[in-house]
Design a protein around this ligand. Structure first.
Ligand SMILES: C[S@@+](CC[C@H](N)C(=O)[O-])C[C@H]1O[C@@H](n2cnc3c(N)ncnc32)[C@H](O)[C@@H]1O
Length: 330
């Protein structure tokens, strides 16, 4: 039996009372109901049954400040409980963002999301005591790391219901009062909340058909003086260089714009961000994104030209990602 009623966000609702995010409470429950809808997503009952089957474990420690987000249980699990745990977690395949370790079960996710965190953590404003939003957070791996870095309240949003259930699998054990992942897209958020000290948008901009509107939405979520941490695909070139892929980019159908770093910087300036810094640019490798036994579908090596890994199968430049930080001026 699970200790949490599935998708019970009442702890979040209590936390938002009396804060700058209180106005969101007017629409939040309805939004959650609408976006996590079994009529639309037929797998939801099966995924929730996996959560129900997770065993109760009283962890000895929760480690959110290490490459692998871990739930540490010093007493070895019995073979039966271990099997029950592993089966329930494997029912939530594919696991894309991680890694996680739950009582000795290592979830070797498609992405080494810890590598992205390592690239940015020294360059962002301290998160200690802050209210943070992670837009397009996937399973919430980075949300847990943000809490590990001292954030007071972390809200992640993602429209994909499987990732929300994966968050609840972790939350079943962690029982956190300060990390919440909600079923939502950024366009579902109320406009002009001005409530977050730091907003992360990582791996989302190229999925947006109107990227400058996305930057504007992110700006309006920030308090004046708040920091945006933006991570996205980039190409080489000057401030006028932007790739608009045809049908697909690396087999992804929903990639709209891939700017150069110079073009992205100009977009941020136009949206009235200041203090814009490029803190990292690096090619995504087949060691960072790969198939594993927790994500058995195709991965990056299948999306690259087999004879030339500097190109995608469509002949576009292979994925290179940049991380920029910027401040909301006023
Ligand atoms: C490439 S993944 C990045 C995940 C994570 N932020 C990271 O950097 O590892 C992109 C995520 O954005 C989510 N996403 C796509 N469109 C979105 C939107 N309009 N609003 C919020 N999230 C979105 C997807 O469901 C997916 O989980």
């Amino acid at each position: 039996m699970s200790r949490i009623a599935s998708l019970d966000y009442s702890a979040l609702y209590s936390r938002l009372q009396g804060t700058a995010l209180q106005p969101w409470l007017d629409v939040l429950p309805v939004m959650i109901e609408k976006n996590f809808n079994a009529a639309r997503w037929g797998d939801i009952p099966r995924w929730l049954s996996c959560i129900e089957k997770l065993p109760i474990i009283e962890p000895n420690a929760i480690n959110l400040d290490a490459d692998t987000v871990s739930i540490v249980n010093e007493t070895p699990l019995t073979a039966d409980v271990r099997q029950q745990l592993e089966q329930a977690l494997r029912g939530l395949h594919p696991w894309r963002k991680g890694p996680f370790d739950i009582a000795g079960i290592h979830i070797n996710t498609e992405w080494r999301s810890d590598w992205k965190w390592k690239r940015l953590q020294a360059h962002i404003k301290p998160l200690t005591g802050k209210t943070v939003l992670d837009v397009g957070c996937g399973s919430g791996y980075h949300c847990w790391r943000m809490k590990g870095a001292g954030a007071d309240l972390v809200i992640g949003i993602d429209p994909s219901p499987l990732f929300i259930v994966q968050y609840w699998a972790l939350q079943h054990f962690i029982q956190s009062n300060s990390v919440f992942v909600l079923p939502a897209a950024c366009e579902d958020l109320p406009q002009d909340l001005q409530a977050f000290d730091t907003v992360f948008s990582m791996g989302v901009l190229y999925h947006r058909r109107a990227p400058m509107d996305h930057l504007l939405e992110l700006r309006q979520l920030l308090k004046p003086g708040g920091q945006l941490v933006l991570e996205t695909l980039v190409i080489e070139g000057d401030e006028n260089a932007v790739l608009v892929p045809g049908d697909r980019y690396g087999r992804m159908g929903n990639v709209w714009f891939i700017p150069s770093v110079a073009a992205l910087t100009r977009w941020l300036e136009k949206m009235r961000f200041s203090d814009i810094k490029v803190v990292d640019v690096c090619a995504t490798t087949i060691e960072e994104q790969r198939s594993t036994d927790w994500m058995t579908f195709q991965s990056l090596s299948d999306f690259l030209d087999p004879d030339n890994h500097s190109k995608t199968v469509e002949g576009h430049p292979a994925p290179v990602r940049a991380i920029l930080t910027a401040t909301r001026k006023s």
